[in-house]
Ligand binder design. Structure first.
Ligand code: 0RA
Length: 646
């Protein structure tokens, strides 16, 4: 490559960098969520994250955060200092690249845990772009290096401004009021809360926060120092401080599975509530995700197994449910994932499928060791679980007695409907199941308290091709209307759909995971789209996702939802496995169907949404018209993962 070409490449790249920075200023919400107080505080977290990365790499043990008098923020760390030497590809100082190039980040070390995908990890350059002024100072190689920026643009090349026998990085930024036009005022409490949390999540790291805007009565700045010697266990004690503990010491577990570090701390208290918090790369995953479901599965499995083997359940006449294992539980689960995929409404739900099994196995191993080594605590926990199960059972019986009467007196429900006893639509679900045999399995497998089953005979009428009166005369369709409690006609409009008596807020289409099943699902969706469109628009319609495979080896059993997952599990089990392909729901027994597809704790429901009514209209008429279409693809493309947590 000639020099000339190289030069033009550089200028092209610097133009790109500039465009990147301008894009951040044009669309700040795309990078930091919003430009209100949340986004404003997010800037600080972003800068701290970079220092935390340096701490996680083992080079930094102190991070100081200062709210300056003028409401600017300084974050200082005692790490190695961001490199200041020439970045060969960019032709400027590495520091300048980190500060001005969107997506460059500070992550030169490939094996650090990138915090990409969520709100964090967008890079300190984003903070720079959204600051009216920023100063970066690096103590490194005996000198203090400095560069300043205005709205992301460097004011001069990196230069030495003094001598230093220390190393570290210091960033001071002033958020741009043009961007944060509601407020640029920082809240000490908000920042301190996050910093406290970070200290629990990163043990042996000293974090301080100082507010130079105010002095206390003795003339000192308000300041807090956070340090956690043992991390998550202290977090749990902190959270459970006012609750009566069942076991003396917080259970603390640390392990790694398939390259995923898993840390859990948990305890039981005398309350009836569940207090679970989960983190991925230090980010609070409010919406949960695969790590959380993996934890729940590991916990349930291990405690259940221990309880059964200990003989403590021998007198119990009913089953123990997942909830029973978590009554009075306070737990924190923290995982580190190399390339996290964040999903959900607030992008705080972990989507990585592989994490679920890693966490569940890790938790199972660590917890069974704990139970073996601490038989007294184990006994206390199992007793608590049994008590929870008994209480739940008694409460359910009482509710069912009352509700059975109301359901009977209602009358008029289709004979094929196996209704649930719950009468609050918000808590009720109905499964529309293909065929009587799968319907029978679903009926046995369900939780009859809140799950109803309506079996549908074979292929329901293709409403796209049928005249309206045929649709309303159709037995299956009449059954769906009456089961759902949906009528046509309101006082204002005799032809309007009336959802006011809708009996279930989750209407779940559960069909075989094959082409025929997809076809039936599409027929039902077509009917909903044409005759009960609001049901979809209100977010009540879901598609169940039964697994495709059961992989077995010895006593080990794992389900797989696609071919990749099946291969992964096969490898994990060390090959030589037997694989069962589920051709239909009917091949699963009731327990398997519950475990994989119906249990709110472990299932994935996909909520059907209409992105564009016009496009949906086009697709349905195309799909259900004369041509034989790729229905399966359609369903997969159009059903979005729903945020359904237990
Ligand atoms: C990569 C390499 C090196 C330092 C850092 C990143 C670093 C980044 C940040 C961001 C905030 N504080 C930081 N501290 C360090 C140095 C590599 C070396 O010295 O060889």
């Amino acid at each position: 490559m000639s020099d000339k070409v190289k030069k033009s490449n550089y200028s092209a790249e610097s133009i790109q960098a500039l465009e990147g920075m301008e894009h951040v200023r044009k669309r700040p919400s795309m990078y930091i969520g919003d430009v209100g107080t949340r986004g404003l505080h997010h800037l600080v977290y972003e800068v701290i994250d970079n220092s935390i990365d340096e701490a996680m790499a083992g080079y930094c043990d102190t991070i100081d955060v200062i709210i300056n008098e003028d409401n600017s923020i300084t974050v200082h760390d005692n790490g190695r200092g961001i490199p200041v030497d020439l970045h060969k590809k960019e032709g400027v100082s590495a520091l300048e690249v980190v500060m001005t190039k969107i997506g460059a980040g500070g992550k030169f070390d490939k094996d650090s845990y990138k915090v990409s995908g969520g709100l964090h990890g967008v890079g300190v350059s984003v903070v720079n772009a959204l600051s009216i002024h920023l100063t970066a100072s690096v103590h490194r190689e005996g000198k203090i290096w400095q560069q300043e920026y205005e709205r992301g643009k460097a004011l001069y090349p990196v230069k030495p401004v003094g001598e230093s026998d220390q190393t570290g990085t210091s960033v001071t930024f002033t958020p741009d009021p043009q961007i944060f036009n509601i407020t640029t005022e920082y809240s000490y409490e908000t920042l301190a809360t996050r910093i406290r949390e970070l200290s629990f999540l990163n043990k042996k790291l000293t974090l301080t926060i100082t507010d130079k805007r105010h002095k206390d009565d003795e003339g000192n700045f308000i300041s807090d120092q956070f340090y956690s010697e043992i991390g998550l266990a202290e977090f749990v004690s902190y959270l459970d401080g006012t609750r009566e503990q069942l076991i003396a010491k917080v259970i603390s577990m640390e392990g790694e599975k398939n390259g995923i570090p898993v840390e859990v701390a948990m305890t039981y208290n005398t309350s009836y509530s569940e207090n679970l918090h989960s983190y991925v790369n230090n980010i609070n995953t409010h919406e949960g995700g695969t790590h959380l479901s993996g934890f729940r599965r590991g916990l349930t499995h291990t405690l259940k197994k221990y309880a059964e083997e200990s003989g403590m359940l021998s007198k119990l006449k009913f089953d123990i449910a997942g909830d029973d294992f978590r009554e009075g539980l306070t737990a924190i689960i923290s995982v580190k994932v190399q390339e996290p995929q964040f999903e959900g409404q607030t992008k705080t739900k972990l989507g990585n499928r592989e994490v679920s099994a890693a966490v569940s196995q890790s938790v199972s191993e660590m917890l069974s060791n704990y139970l073996e080594e601490n038989p007294n605590e184990a006994k206390i926990i199992v007793q608590k679980v049994i008590l929870a199960a008994q209480a739940r059972h008694a409460a359910r019986k009482a509710r069912e007695m009352v509700q059975r009467k109301t359901v009977m007196s209602l009358g008029g429900l289709p004979g094929k409907l196996s209704d649930c006893s719950e009468t609050d639509p918000e808590k009720s679900e109905i499964f529309l199941v293909e065929g009587d045999s799968a319907g029978g399995t679903a009926k046995q497998g369900r939780d009859r308290f809140f799950q109803a089953i309506l079996p549908l005979r074979g292929k329901i009428l293709n409403v796209e091709k049928a005249m309206q009166h045929k649709v309303f005369e159709n037995e299956e369709i009449k059954n769906i209307f009456t089961a759902l409690g949906v009528t046509i006609g309101t006082e204002e409009d005799p032809r309007a759909l009336n959802l006011s008596k809708l009996r279930y807020h989750k209407v779940v289409i559960m069909t075989d995971a094959d082409v025929d099943g997809s076809h039936i699902a599409t027929l039902i969706l077509t009917f909903f789209f044409r005759y009960m469109r609001e049901l979809i628009e209100e977010g009540y319609v879901y598609i169940a996702t039964p697994p495709l495979y059961l992989v077995k080896k010895g006593k080990k059993r794992e389900y797989a939802w696609d071919d990749d997952e099946r291969e992964k599990i096969t490898l994990q089990m060390g090959g030589n496995v037997s694989i069962q392909r589920y051709k239909g729901l009917g091949e699963m027994n009731a327990e398997q169907l519950w475990d994989t597809t119906m249990n709110p704790e472990f299932r994935t429901l996909r909520r059907v949404m209409i992105d564009s009514g016009a496009e949906a209209d086009r697709v349905f008429s195309m799909l259900m018209g004369e041509e034989v279409p790729p229905r399966r693809e359609f369903i997969e493309k159009n059903a979005h993962y729903a945020n359904v947590d237990a």
